[in-house]
Write a protein that binds this ligand. Sequence first.
Ligand code: OSB
Ligand code: MG
Length: 381
Amino acid sequence: MHLDRLELRELNLPLKFPFETSFGRTTNRRVLIVEAIDQSGEVGYGECVAMEGPFFSAETIDTAWMIISKHIAPLLASQGLAADNVFQTLSPIRGNQMAKGAVESAIWDLESKLLGLTLGKHLGGVRTEIACGVSVGIQSSPDELLEIIARELDSGYQRIKIKIKPEHDLKLVQAVRSRYKDIVLSVDANAAYSLDRDGPLMKELDNYNLLMIEQPLAPGDLVDHAKLQQQLRTPLCLDESIASVADARHALELGACRIINIKLGRVGGFSPAREIQALALRQQIPVWCGGMLETGIGRAHNIAMSSLPGFTLPGDVSASQRYWNEDIIEPEVEVSSRGTIQVPTGAGFGYRVRDDRVEKLTVRSETVRVGSLTTSTSAVH
Ligand code: OSB
Ligand code: MG
């Protein structure tokens, strides 16, 4: 592959409904899209999943833009580039996984297109359809939450996850469980609790037959997650805590979780995501694909990844229409009445990007050359 350049774009898209988690409320999505373009003019697409503020993790779309343009692009040799080596090539840069993941996933898409393969197959996917769940944000009342859940179950979704935060937790779970005895239900705290203060609450939550409790404690608190897991029957699932393959290995060695949420952006791209998937598979730890309110581009990448072995639990990958009045891909991502998405069969990520719509939504763009060092402290490799 002869990579010619990267094109960065910032799009601005209003969400159809505000999405509230323990760390904040999102009404509008500022999205960084990366186009990786080779010398023949073929385009691969990536989406940076960082949010506008540094609240889910330290990155923002503005830091990612800067890191890609000043530090990632210079490290990408224009010749002899292979998608599965990009993450390793970027290893002199510490952290900044979402910036790396945006570029790396664009190059995977580009490489799949050049090989005429679907992205899913190129990654080693084995499934033709994936199981879907939904993540429901914090609502202003239990009744509103129940109304939304009724609608999502009607649409066929196989698993309901509700967001919780202090003061908005046990009552919500009780309300949902008394209305729906048997649905597959989980909660996601986005790191809002501490073991000292909230151990008793966690033990209460243990009584509601939850599929998992996702990221109850702070991202760095693997040891406390391990202590908590020992006290619960309900599996803990880690999201924010897993920012690398090493984090996944440490979490499993410590017994800090029994399930892993894999988000390619959070771990730096498809290559590290696949390593975590392979590690979990060897240890019979179920994984599922998380979401970050992506446009169709990131959504398509999540669908491809969910087709890999070991993704045995329904993910947070759901229909375009839950987020956007109009997505930026065609066809939009649709979910069957059985709560599944068909893995597309076209080359690359398998959807057409609506260039006209992308152009209309673009608020800034930059063409970035690859392979030329532009800073006075450059990585040596
Ligand atoms: O913790 O999984 C999360 C959205 C933004 C940031 C973090 C998370 C989420 C979601 C929504 O839960 C997943 C989605 O529907 O895309
Ligand atoms: Mg989460």
